[in-house]
Ligand binder design. Structure first.
Ligand code: HEM
Length: 510
């Protein structure tokens, strides 16, 4: 090959290869530009949609791209919620492009709860996976109303009278054990898990009586915490083995196994002429009454699902109410003394005799304590609802269809016009029938309002009162306050961050 030819081919090669490189470079640059343009467009669209939906509502001027306020929702705090509520009666927030309207005034909160045409309850994402999407709680409209009509029969005064004995037996059993443990180690300990345990046994005994063995009560109690954890606002959405939601689903299957068995046993016991001793028995016997006109063909599975929904709705809320009940009483010795004085009057010093419903009715001060404790620290501070269609919530704002709307209960319960000095624990405010607390029942949103208002509210209040009545007569309890006692932990419901450290000792009656 001549030198000239070699030089020429090398030059040709260099020229071609630099052309290829520059074509490839310009190709990848244009991909980069296209991708950047698409991403930029989407981000701009995201901001435009945010602004369009939010309109004049208080909220971030620019939504944090893609994740929105995701970081806040992983570690919810009362301080953050309060900041949001204080920004206006309606305010907007975005989490992973879910547009959320928070309502803080009593008027707007009640409007959401009482507008089933526009909004319905929406659980956190994991809710349907954990409870089971065929559970009755997901019914809406007439189907929901009809189903609830039957379930209301499980909370009549007659039924509550049956449950009272079971509640007291469980409370005494647990407090006797607590005192035994305190005798061995008298130091103050958090009551968070011990109170939850007692509450689980109370619920299972009230709902299923002795159709469920002790061993199953223990097993359910040990697994139920997975279900509580799965209700955290933010959870890994796909139930892969090892995730909280997966463990919660396994726990539900275990609970459902025992509940179905209990329903079957209850039907057999009642068919054999047994006495009604728990909620399932009461349900079976109501369906067998000659005058009963409602639905009768509830399968074991359906009954178990109803009981599971009650367990689900009550375990965390009731535990929260109980724990703050203890904390409020222990922190206010003069109020505790009044509760004890009332016990002495109503029970005439016969603390070993079972408490009757009539006696519970007579414990007016204790009822005020329970009401006030849940006002100051509402177990459920808010409930998420979802808009089925555009919801004209105010004269100048319509919540877009598909958005979440979250009514706050906290603000209604801390409204200083209705409850002067709202942070103070002051049961006396409930004793004056014409006082502002009793004259404004619409503010007392502890149990919600409207078609989904808590079905177990009377039973819940009675149980907290019963447990506190048992505790104040059986035990002395001293709160060992820590820097975290007044801090609030939010796990669907609220708890004192330190779990409420109590020092217990037996109480002797002269
Ligand atoms: C201190 C204890 C409790 C509190 C604070 C509480 C609070 C609530 C709240 C705020 C709601 C939502 C209301 C709404 O959307 O308007 C609710 C619903 C519900 N609660 Fe409770 N609850 C408690 C105990 C119980 C108990 C003991 C049971 C059952 C025995 C129960 C069963 C239910 C059910 C089934 C629902 C859904 C009702 C429906 O969708 O129709 N709750 N509760």
């Amino acid at each position: 090959m001549s030198l000239e030819f070699k030089a020429a081919t090398t030059a040709l090669y260099n020229a071609t290869s630099s052309q290829v490189t520059s074509t490839a470079q310009s190709g990848s640059m244009s991909w980069l530009y296209t991708t950047a343009a698409i991403v930029g467009g989407l981000l701009a669209l995201e901001q435009a949609v945010w602004r369009y939906k939010k309109r004049h509502l208080p909220g971030d001027t620019w939504a944090i791209p893609i994740i929105g306020r995701f970081a806040d929702s992983t570690k919810p705090t009362m301080e953050n919620y309060k900041r949001q509520w204080d920004s206006g009666p309606l305010s907007a927030v975005s989490v992973f492009n879910i547009f959320i309207v928070m309502a803080s005034s009593n008027e707007y909160s009640r409007k959401i709860l009482n507008s089933p045409m526009y909004a319905e309850p929406a659980l956190v994402h994991s809710g349907k996976l954990v409870i089971g999407s065929d559970n009755w709680v997901f019914l809406t409209g007439k189907d929901h109303v009809d189903y609830r009509k039957v379930l209301n029969l499980l909370f009549t005064r007659k039924a509550l009278g049956i449950y009272l004995g079971l509640q007291e037996t469980v409370a005494r059993k647990h407090m006797t054990r607590w005192l035994k443990e305190a005798a061995a180690d008298p130091s103050a300990k958090p009551i968070m898990m011990t109170a939850r345990h007692m509450n689980m046994e109370t619920s299972l005994r009230v709902f299923c009586g002795y159709h469920i063995p002790d061993s199953a009560v223990e097993e359910i109690n040990s697994k139920y915490w997975f279900i509580t954890q799965s209700l955290e606002l933010v959870n890994f959405p796909i139930p892969l083995p090892g995730t909280k939601v997966y463990k919660a689903i396994q726990a539900r299957k275990l609970v459902m196994h025992w509940l179905e068995l209990a329903a079957k046993k209850s039907k057999i016991a009642m068919a054999e002429g047994g006495q009604s001793e728990c909620m399932l028995d009461e349900w079976v016997s109501i369906m067998a009454e000659p005058g009963y006109k409602g639905r009768k063909d509830f399968s074991d599975y359906e009954m178990a699902q109803v009981v599971f929904s009650f367990l689900f709705a009550s375990q965390d809320a009731m535990s929260s109410g109980l724990i703050y009940g203890f904390q409020h009483l222990a922190d206010n010795p003069e109020i505790l003394a009044k509760v004890r004085k009332e016990q002495e009057r109503v029970r005439m010093g016969n603390y070993e005799d079972p408490i009757t419903l009539e006696q519970m009715d007579d414990m007016v001060y204790l009822q005020a304590v329970v009401k006030e404790s849940m006002r100051v620290k509402p177990p459920v501070t808010m409930v998420p609802y979802k808009c089925k269609k555009p919801f004209p919530i105010s004269e100048n704002y319509t919540v877009p269809a598909g958005s979440m709307v979250i009514p706050s209960f906290y603000n209604s319960l801390h409204d200083s016009e209705v409850y002067p000095n709202p942070e103070a624990f002051y049961p006396e405010r409930w004793l004056d029938q014409r006082g502002s607390a009793n004259s404004n029942p619409k503010n007392y949103l502890v149990f919600g309002s409207g078609p989904h208002k808590c079905i177990g509210l009377e039973y819940a209040q009675m149980n907290i009162a019963l447990v506190l009545a048992t505790a104040v007569t059986m035990m002395n309890f001293q709160h060992e306050a820590t820097p975290l006692s007044e801090k609030v932990e939010i796990i669907a419901t609220i708890f004192p961050k330190d779990g409420c450290h109590l020092k217990l000792s037996p109480r002797t009656h002269a």
